[in-house]
Design a protein around this ligand. Structure first.
Ligand code: NAD
Ligand code: GLY
Length: 374
């Protein structure tokens, strides 16, 4: 990827949220192009928040592309990993902002995956009660999901993404070239969130993913461009109707109730978020089948695709003594729970999601079967 003043070709998706609306740019060569940043709020300074893995790959290009707009650009590189999505890391961002004398107009740039994006967004939401921020996602997962829609958070040892805020970015810039350096396992993790959009909202997209899964794994740029664009369009459609998750938006959490339990139960970072969501989707599909909402062929089809994407489909045992109880306890901490009742995103016929509870005994059977792999 080279630095350029020429406006690169890109696709655009809009998030319509009245005065909080913004655009998502999707294409090659966007990160290092000055044109990508035209029209962003002016300020005396910008802070790039990234991590120790992404900084050496892309921070220099971002600094060069931003320097015509921002007289002073600082960078803070956080420790890398889900295990560092914590108060301590968040404080490193505040330390940088305060020690550099950043003001209310300072623009934050989140350069990295969903961990950096979620933490930068939360820092932006709370520094001086709110400063502008821009998402520059560099993982597939972040480009198709986490950078869009304004959910920001850190983890708590007792629950995933439990401390956070809704706070929309000014813009999202998805440079597909950054996906070339992504480890294979991370690419698969991103595919989980791409696959998610099919069963909950768009079965023709699921057909398309099945037909193009090999090209996606091979990182064909035009195939990735379509996957990112369609995913963002579906997310934009959902978020545009329910920004703060009072109802519809919860469908984007398909696979996440089981998935978050896996992540927290194994310890953050042991399984990647996307891996846990992939396996969680298999579990949620099985639960949908157990409740008579979809047939076995649908569950097998989805499981087959998740497997082809390189994701785990056998759930981990979280407690050798009482595995079901451990899963249930972890799932009760989920943000969708109401008065201790676990709510699941289930598939109510292909292409349609519903959020509802399920009897513990049925959930227990699904957990046991999923941990056995059958
Ligand atoms: P991540 O941010 O940990 O990134 C994955 C790994 O890839 C990291 O090691 C990172 O350093 C590395 N990396 C990033 N870009 C790279 C590149 N271009 N080349 C090489 N390495 C690169 O994980 P993720 O999967 O991007 O995001 C997961 C997080 O997103 C979770 O914390 C999850 O809770 C959150 N999330 C949030 C939302 C939301 O709506 N806010 C939605 C989904 C997920
Ligand atoms: N990733 C779920 C959401 O944004 O609501």
């Amino acid at each position: 990827m080279t630095l350029t003043n020429i406006e690169p070709a890109f696709q655009h998706v809009n998030i319509d949220l009245a005065d909080r609306s913004y655009g998502i740019s999707i294409g090659s060569g966007l990160l290092g192009a000055e044109a990508s940043y035209v029209g962003l709020p002016a300020a005396a300074s910008a802070l790039i928040v990234t991590n120790q893995t992404v900084a050496p790959l892309y921070a220099r290009q971002l600094v060069a592309a931003l320097s015509p707009r921002y007289p002073v650009i600082h960078t803070v590189a956080l420790p890398d990993g889900e295990a560092f999505k914590t108060w301590d890391s968040l404080n490193l961002i505040f330390d940088a902002l305060l020690s550099h004398g950043c003001d209310r107009k300072t623009v934050l740039f989140a350069l990295g995956g969903g961990v950096v994006g979620d933490m930068t967004g939360f820092a932006a939401a709370s520094y001086m009660r709110g400063v502008p921020f821009v998402q520059v996602p560099t993982t597939l997962l972040a480009q198709v999901d986490s950078s869009v829609g304004g959910k920001t958070a850190i983890n708590h040892p007792l629950g995933k993404n439990m401390i956070g805020a809704f706070y929309q970015p000014q813009r999202v810039i998805c440079d597909l070239d950054t996906l070339k350096t992504l480890p294979v396992r991370e690419l698969s993790a991103g595919l989980a969130e791409v696959i998610k959009y099919g069963p909950i909202a768009d079965m023709p997209f699921l057909d398309w993913i099945e037909a193009h899964i090999d090209a996606l794994i091979a990182r064909d740029v035009s195939t990735l461009a379509h996957a990112v664009k369609r995913s963002c369009e579906i997310k934009a459609w959902v978020v545009g109707q329910d920004e703060r998750e009072s109802g519809l938006r919860a469908i984007l959490n398909f696979g996440h109730t089981f998935g978050h339990a896996i992540e927290a139960g194994l310890g953050y970072g042991e399984w990647l978020h996307g891996e846990a969501v992939g396996c969680g989707m298999v579990m949620a599909a099985r639960l949908s089948q157990a409740l008579g909402l979809v047939d076995e062929a649908f569950v097998e089809r989805l499981t087959g695709l998740i497997c082809r994407a390189g994701l785990p489909v056998v759930a981990p045992v979280l407690d050798a003594q009482d595995n079901v109880a451990r899963y249930l306890a972890l799932m009760r901490v989920d943000k969708k729970s109401e008065a201790g009742e676990i709510k699941f995103v289930l598939i109510d016929g292909p292409g349609k999601a519903v959020v509802r509870g399920a009897p513990d005994a049925v959930v227990a059977q699904v957990i046991e079967a999923s941990c056995r792999g059958g």
